[in-house]
Design a protein around this ligand. Sequence first.
Ligand code: HXC
Length: 257
Amino acid sequence: KEYENIKTERDGRVAIVTLNRPKALNALNAALMKELNEALREFDADNEVGAIVLTGSEKAFAAGADIKEMKDNNFVQNFKNNFLGGWADITTIRKPIIAAVNGFALGGGCEVAMMCDIIYAGDKAKFGQPEIKLGTIPGAGGTQRLTQAVGKAKAMDLVLTGNMISAEEALQSGLVAKVFPADQLVAEAVKSAKTIASYSLPIVMMAKEAVNKSFELTLSEGLHLERRFFQASFGTKDQKEGMAAFSEKRAPNFTHE
Ligand code: HXC
């Protein structure tokens, strides 16, 4: 499908979504977010897709929410329209999303990356929550998901100073899973996405949901959910196939059932 602000492509069971507003460093305006949510929902519903890669350009993953678009908003408009509320749609996608971040991931750009399940960074990537410099604060997880990812010390430093951190610092602080040379980043993300997409889709979806629930539940509730999902996994054909293949010393052939 053709979009104005994003590009989509398929590589086997992997869907790749590329943010594509180069003139504005992929600033996330309403039109782009609408297209992004539409594309993600479509891939989530597509049986032939097992994992999604979300990326931008080498210069910018996304330089934040679109400042020019929002600058004249007032409180009542923001409140009545629940401004930015729709961004959370990304977190309702049930298939894994790998964010492949080259260049700037600032403000809402960093927040969108953090809504994904895994962040891989190119070695020149820069992460930050610079909203404080604009007279506002992060509005889509920059005070919450960031703190969960990196802890209070780093989160406060980023949110209160508005300073950016490098890919290396983001790796050390647990914000990103891996760092690759910038020109290999997307290929590496697609490679991992292909690995994930080769596994049983319902089982992958259970694994994602269980990890995400760890942020919402107490330990005993989380362990309970995990054990029930684990037990339920034995109701799939793919569990039978996976364990039979191991016993027979052959590769499994998952059918996502
Ligand atoms: C609108 C933006 C933009 C943004 C960049 N541009 N970021 N437009 N919203 N967030 C536009 C610039 O205006 C410029 O357009 C073009 O993109 C290129 O940007 P430059 O500034 O010329 O590039 P450079 O000098 O390389 O600097 C890159 C940069 C800088 C450091 C990333 O653009 C920057 O500081 N951007 C703003 C980053 C930011 O504050 N993000 C947080 C936004 S608030 P023209 O037309 O002049 O060529 C936010 C709130 C989140 O995200 C709340 C929850 C979602």
